[in-house]
Design a protein around this ligand. Structure first.
Ligand SMILES: C[S@@+](CC[C@H](N)C(=O)[O-])C[C@H]1O[C@@H](n2cnc3c(N)ncnc32)[C@H](O)[C@@H]1O
Length: 275
């Protein structure tokens, strides 16, 4: 059944062009079907019925764009999401990285920080946090603002505790945060080596060299061309033998440089840049 908020491909292109010209965000290489669905959902929530009206709001209402951006980017995240991935990092990746005197890790598409806080806990337990600098980036400024507060909704902590235990966690999970009303505030000590800053994988470049890059559950929203471009960006941002972790439903298959990576774990999607 067709929805009154459905937009056709031409309208979609016009909206993408408008956003690029007006706000500098380029969504032209996002997977079109799901991107269109998210725009339709957004229009329905905002009570906007036509593409014309949506363009009018985007052109004339900057706060609306902030809300729109928040609605069309998928921000779903968790602490210790996919516990098997964190177990694998703990058992196979971090012992190798322990030989570096200084470590640099990049979380690309970090959303509201839950994945980054999980990494900090892991590094703390493996004795590596003090010599690690974590760069956590996202295109969405609202996500970064939230991440910088270190606040995670308390209601999710039960699930996260379960994830943490499954991932091989060594302590009481509750020792890493303070509960205050409906929030859990992640300990400041865990957050002190994390730098949250904006970076758009579509338009921004290499900004450092890393021993580990985590970009999980982000590539899935891009078309094959953009996935390939971003894998090049990661390759160029990794030190030789550096690790790349992507989401468990994602793959390097669309990349013309997939042969420049060794597969470290096919199930948890961890790869290693060849020399
Ligand atoms: C589903 S969340 C994944 C969060 C986290 N990595 C995880 O796996 O739990 C996807 C994130 O990618 C971000 N994102 C989407 N397009 C991006 C881009 N072009 N550059 C940087 N981040 C992007 C979104 O803002 C969102 O925060």
């Amino acid at each position: 059944m067709s929805s009154q908020h459905e937009i056709n491909p031409e309208e979609l292109n016009a909206i993408i062009d408008l956003i690029r010209l007006q706000y500098g965000y380029d969504f032209s290489d996002y997977a079109p079907a799901s991107f269109r669905r998210r725009i339709a959902r957004c229009m329905s929530t905002a009570g906007i019925k036509t593409a014309y009206d949506l363009k009018f709001h985007l052109l004339n209402d900057k706060p609306f764009f902030g809300w729109f951006l928040q609605s069309i980017t998928v921000n779903v995240t968790e602490m210790f999401r996919d516990p098997a991935f964190y177990k694998m990092l703990r058992e196979q990746v971090l012992p190798t990285l322990a030989s570096y005197p200084v470590l640099k890790i990049w979380h690309a598409g970090c959303a509201t920080g839950e994945e980054v806080f999980s990494m900090a806990i892991l590094l703390q337990e493996e004795g590596l946090l003090r010599r690690t600098r974590i760069y956590a980036t996202d295109l969405n400024p609202a996500n970064l603002e939230r991440a910088r507060t270190g606040i995670v909704p308390l209601q999710h902590m039960r699930d996260y505790t379960f994830n943490y235990i499954q991932s091989g966690g060594k302590n009481e999970f509750s020792s890493y945060y303070t509960a205050r009303y409906e929030n859990a505030i992640i300990d400041k000590e865990l957050r002190q080596n994390i730098l949250f800053s904006p970076h758009n994988l579509v338009t921004d470049q290499v900004f450092n060299e890393f021993q580990l890059i985590c970009c999980r559950n982000v590539l899935i929203y891009f078309n094959k061309v953009l996935q390939n471009r971003v894998i090049h960006l990661f390759y160029d941002s990794l030190s030789p033998l550096g690790y790349l972790a992507i989401g468990m439903k994602e793959s390097l298959l669309f990349s013309d440089i997939r042969d420049r990576f060794d597969v470290v774990s096919a199930t948890t999607k961890v790869f290693r840049r060849k020399m």
